[in-house]
Design a protein around this ligand. Structure first.
Ligand code: ZN
Ligand code: ZN
Length: 411
């Protein structure tokens, strides 16, 4: 349909409500796949707007807004917080705590800005409801839990999301980031990397530190693995291709004069191409196995922690959206960007039904934040504090633009 600007009319009352929602959500974050109160809050709001709602994948919420014959378009917002002690100094800062899967009680913060995503999704749903005469079709709002652990999209799909909700022709989503508030950044094609995380347990043979001949030392063995793994990107991946292999933890042993029975490390792989991913994961398995064999150690155990799919923007749909966004936000506010090495499980929602999707970023910081000596604190920082406006209004306008650009015109 043709987008007219009056549908974006956020009155003072709309804006106040939106800011209240944001502050409430910011003060009450929950950890991944534990977003129970958040889900209740979202569902109440959507029910209040008259949408058909259902819970999906545990703490996911779906809101269906039917408005006559026309295309079905999906919009996704993620809902989880992170185990971070907030240090923003905001008067609505979080003091919440949560319990990690290992039982540890931790501070929780909306440190990735998913509170802005929920707020934008709810406000867009409200405006769509209040402007039914301006569009036709069905909007499907997906409030997805557990993005940070790559569990949420999978859980919703496995819980029959697309058997229970009408299948959209295209699905949109967006993420706040430390860009200039009022602007959006989009890629055509690959938008974000695939990410695979593993936990590797290296087994040796325990002995007294003075009797190395009695041992198979898992620390020395594990250290060889860590060093050799560095050669995958430097010596095996084509120089014009991208990959990252990071070993983020390494733990072994309890005392300096005991050679321990085992050691463990966790690693994280980022790739853009399926063939590069296969190469890197295959090399990892080979190196881990062969280094153990070289030491006469048992075969190590590899456990998958998480696997994020590729976030791929259908080039035609992304191009259409860029044109529509430029009309609504202004040409200078829409920037085409190269892919980023971060990851998202958003792509899975569209992949599950073989439809295109488009994902973009919206800025959260004012110009002053970029004028200082240091760049503004980014996502996952305890200091991450997007400025409320024009961040939220821009997010709403972008979401509405995406939805309306593919929905129909009333007969
Ligand atoms: Zn995020
Ligand atoms: Zn995040």
């Amino acid at each position: 349909m043709t987008i007219t600007s009056d549908i974006f009319g956020l009155s003072a009352a709309h804006t106040t409500d939106m800011h209240d929602i944001y502050k409430h959500l910011h003060a009450h974050p929950e950890l991944s796949m534990q977003e129970t109160r958040t889900a209740e809050y979202i569902r109440e709001k959507l029910d209040g707007l008259g949408l058909e709602t259902f819970l999906c994948g545990g703490t996911g919420v779906v809101g269906i807004l039917r408005n006559g014959d026309g295309p079905v378009v999906g919009y996704r917002a993620d809902t989880d917080g992170l185990p971070i002690q907030e240090d923003t100094g905001l008067d609505f800062a979080s003091t919440a705590t949560g319990t990690m899967p290992d039982g540890a009680v931790v501070p929780v913060m909306h440190g990735c800005g998913h509170d802005t995503h929920i707020t934008v999704g709810l406000t867009a749903a409200r405006l769509m409801t209040e402007n039914r005469d301006a569009w036709a079709g069905t909007a499907v709002f997906i409030f997805q839990p557990g993005e940070e652990t790559a569990a949420g999209a999978k859980a919703m799909v496995e819980d029959g999301l697309w058997d229970r909700a009408p299948k959209p022709a295209v699905i949109y989503g967006q993420h706040v980031w430390p860009g200039l508030a009022g602007t959006v950044n989009l890629s055509k094609g690959t938008a974000m990397a695939m990410a695979d995380s593993w936990k590797v347990t290296v087994r040796g043979k325990q002995s007294h530190g003075s009797q190395p001949e009695q041992s198979i030392d898992p620390i020395v063995l594990g250290a060889h693995m860590v060093v050799r793994i560095q050669t995958i990107v430097s010596r095996q991946v084509h120089p014009m291709k991208s990959a990252v292999v990071t070993i983020g933890t390494f733990h072994g042993g309890l005392k300096e004069n005991i050679i321990p029975a085992s050691a463990e490390f966790t690693l994280n792989v980022r790739t853009f191409d399926h063939d590069v991913r296969d190469l890197v994961l295959g090399s990892l398995r080979r190196i881990i196995s062969a280094e153990a064999a070289a030491s006469g150690a048992p075969e190590p155990t590899i456990e998958e922690i998480s696997s994020f799919p590729q976030c791929y923007n259908d080039p035609a749909s992304a191009g259409d959206l860029m044109t529509a966004l430029a009309e609504v936000l202004g040409k200078d506010a829409v920037l085409e960007t190269p892919p980023v090495m971060g990851s998202e499980d958003f792509g899975l929602l569209a992949e599950a039904i073989g439809v295109p999707s488009v994902y973009w970023f919206f800025g959260g910081h004012p110009q002053e934040a970029f004028d200082g000596e240091h760049p503004p604190a980014g996502n996952h920082s305890p200091f991450f504090a997007p400025v409320i406006e024009p961040t939220l209004t821009t997010g709403v306008r972008a979401a509405m633009t995406a939805l309306l650009s593919k929905l129909g015109t009333p007969a």
